[in-house]
Design a protein around this ligand. Structure first.
Ligand SMILES: Cc1cc2nc3c(=O)[nH]c(=O)nc-3n(C[C@H](O)[C@H](O)[C@H](O)COP(=O)(O)OP(=O)(O)OC[C@H]3O[C@@H](n4cnc5c(N)ncnc54)[C@H](O)[C@@H]3O)c2cc1C
Length: 580
């Protein structure tokens, strides 16, 4: 028996279902079209360079090899105006668009810092602009593109007998990439990090404006972008300070079995007047008692004693020094090296010296890169941890970490060396500990892919977490270098008193949070940032709705960067009509 009411209900349901399916599929098509139409609106821009929609997989990788965010498109800019035009276009799309942009230097970040999920990656190495230009004279400098590799700057400036003063240990990194962090190596105790050796920058802000800045002109923007993690603008050109380049380098390694003696000597050296040109150090975690390749290509001063030296399974500390040799000064340099070494307290049989060209010295990590690449060991996960530790806490740190956490093997080099705070400019965005001397400690681990053992990613990440937990529990006042956090609370703690400055700068130079979106939680949900963005919008772009028209405005739901994220209370219906 058929119940008409039920049967007609069933029929209705059938049609409703069909209708819903059709509606949903229409919506899906619309949503997909909506997403895919974003890069096509970019495609219509008139540029010297071009967008590439096929290279997105390459742009979703970096040296860390752990984070993979797929962008929608990769821009290969030929000129600064390509970058300006693209960002301006996205800025003009306003809050309605969620499109974001990441500058990619050489992609040697560790945790997706140069990546962007469903946004635009700007391949900075494609940027051409004016040719690299060296200026000689009393205060020499070089003008370079933000996408230039430091190795190319070295080769070009050497043609004039000059070279930058401050380096990173590895030179196949871009100017914009290292200046967005700091750029630290063994010369930083004397010259400061790379960000202390820049005279001028050209920057494209998050509003698409192209701005020149120096310590005096637009100085807030200048200091913001240095160490600014790409948050405030894209560095398209930089003027970098140069010095006369040495011809050769005396490169020295000595060992210590006691951390306190090692650190005391390091600190004495970085404070001395007439000292070495490069001062670093590293730990050798060596439970087996066999010494690894720390001395390869170095000659022992006393070969017999050196061959008899054994670590006894202890963790050792290697002080690494370099003295630059200008051709006419060889004898003087030898004498100075001898004098400086005579004041140190290393294990006497462990003095190893080598003499190499300046390029060989600076480009030393590239030699390891070639070897590792040939063995397929370069493109593995790199769960690196870089810390800046106040001098007063470095002994507690060493005791806790080398005494309890890293005792058997290190899975990669562990650098330890002190830096002078006086060589850092506290107006830049980089965050460092407050003491006059602080240490860089870098755990440069490589993980064996798919290993579940002590050389595997999980084990190394757990070890990193133990180190960070120890630093927090022991209240060591540690700051991360090349920082990466997942919550806004952690970012606030990282910036400490500089948080307000960070937020202020973000709202000034990138109010729609278009740039470098990787540290998602830096700005998300931050009322201050949202407020200033909002006020900016109301003043500059919003419906003309300031005090005389509106009683007040109030946040609704700041989910997107969209206008409807606030409610406007108007004095009258007529004014509401004008406002809308
Ligand atoms: C083997 C190796 C050795 C290293 N040694 C050192 C060292 O000795 N000292 C040291 O300080 N660091 C060192 N680093 C870290 C390195 O400085 C950073 O990872 C740096 O960011 C990498 O530069 P990149 O050109 O690959 O930048 P990317 O990884 O491409 O970018 C890094 C960040 O900068 C932003 N960015 C890139 N270009 C620009 C630009 N033009 N304007 C604004 N923002 C930009 C990106 O959006 C991203 O947030 C080393 C890294 C590696 C892999």
């Amino acid at each position: 028996m058929r119940y008409p009411a039920i049967s007609s209900f069933r029929e209705n349901m059938f049609f409703i279902r069909i209708f819903m399916i059709l509606l949903l599929s229409c919506l899906t098509v619309k949503i997909n079209l909506c997403f895919s139409s974003i890069p096509y609106s970019l495609k219509s821009l008139t540029l010297d360079g071009h967008f590439n929609f096929d290279e997105v997989h390459h742009a979703a990788r970096d040296f860390g090899n752990r984070y993979h965010f797929l962008p929608l498109a990769v821009l290969h800019p030929k000129s600064v105006s390509d970058i300006g035009t693209t960002i301006k276009h996205i800025w003009d799309m306003g809050c309605h668009s969620e499109l974001t942009v990441a500058a990619r230097g050489h992609g040697h970040s560790l945790q997706g810092q140069a990546q962007v999920h469903r946004g635009v990656v700007i391949n900075m190495e494609s940027l051409q602009g004016p040719k690299m230009q060296v200026y000689t004279g009393n205060f020499p400098y070089v003008d370079v593109s933000g996408g230039e590799l430091w190795i190319n700057i070295l080769h070009e400036s050497l043609k004039y007998g000059l070279a930058p003063k401050s380096w990173t240990d590895y030179l196949h990194l871009t100017v914009g990439g290292t200046l967005s962090n700091a750029g630290i190596s063994g010369q930083a105790f004397r010259h400061g990090p790379q960000i202390s050796n820049v005279h001028q920058l050209e920057v494209v802000t998050g509003k698409g404006e192209i701005v020149n800045c120096t310590k005096k002109q637009n100085s807030d923007l200048f200091h913001s972008v240095l160490g600014g993690l790409g948050q405030f603008g894209i560095i398209t050109r930089a003027r970098i300070s140069l010095e006369p380049a040495p011809d050769m380098v005396k490169w020295i390694r000595v060992l210590y079995s006691d951390f306190n003696t090692f650190a005391r000597d390091q600190e004495r050296l970085i404070s001395a007047e007439n000292t070495f040109d490069y001062i670093e150090g590293f730990a050798i975690v060596n439970r087996t008692g066999l010494l690894n390749n720390w001395r390869s290509s170095f000659n022992p001063q006393d070969p017999v004693q050196a061959s008899q030296f054994e670590s006894g399974g202890k963790t050792l500390f290697c002080l690494e020094l370099a003295k630059y040799i200008h051709s006419d000064e060889t004898d003087l340099v030898n004498q100075e090296v001898e004098n400086s070494l005579s004041l140190l307290n290393y294990i006497p049989s462990t003095l190893f010296i080598s003499e190499v060209s300046y390029v060989q010295f600076l480009d030393r990590v590239h030699v390891s890169e070639i070897k590792l690449r040939s063995k397929g060991l370069w493109e593995v996960p790199h769960p690196w941890l870089n810390l800046l530790i106040p001098k007063s806490k470095i002994h507690d740190f060493a005791e806790g970490v080398f005494g309890n956490i890293i005792t058997e093997t290190s899975n990669g080099p562990i650098l330890i060396y002190p830096l002078n705070k006086s060589k850092w400019d506290n107006r830049t965005s980089v965050v460092i500990p407050g003491e006059d001397i602080f240490y860089l400690v870098a755990f440069l681990s490589s993980a064996v892919p798919s290993s579940t053992g002590k050389d595997g990613l999980e084990h190394i990440l757990t070890q990193n977490k133990r180190i960070l937990d120890y630093c927090e529990t022991a209240n060591l006042g540690v700051k991360q270098y090349l920082p990466h956090y997942t919550t806004q609370e952690e970012w606030k703690t990282h910036f400490g008193p500089q948080w307000e400055v960070f937020v202020q700068r973000k709202s000034t130079y990138d109010p729609l949070a278009i740039l470098a979106p990787w540290p998602e939680n830096i700005s998300k949900g931050n009322t201050f940032l949202m407020t200033s963005t909002l006020i900016y919008y109301l003043k500059e772009k919003g419906p003309h709705c300031m005090q005389e028209r509106c009683l007040d405005y109030k946040f609704c739901k700041p989910v997107t960067r969209n206008f409807p994220c606030f409610l406007i209370y108007c004095k009258s219906i007529e004014e509401a009509a004008v406002t809308s």
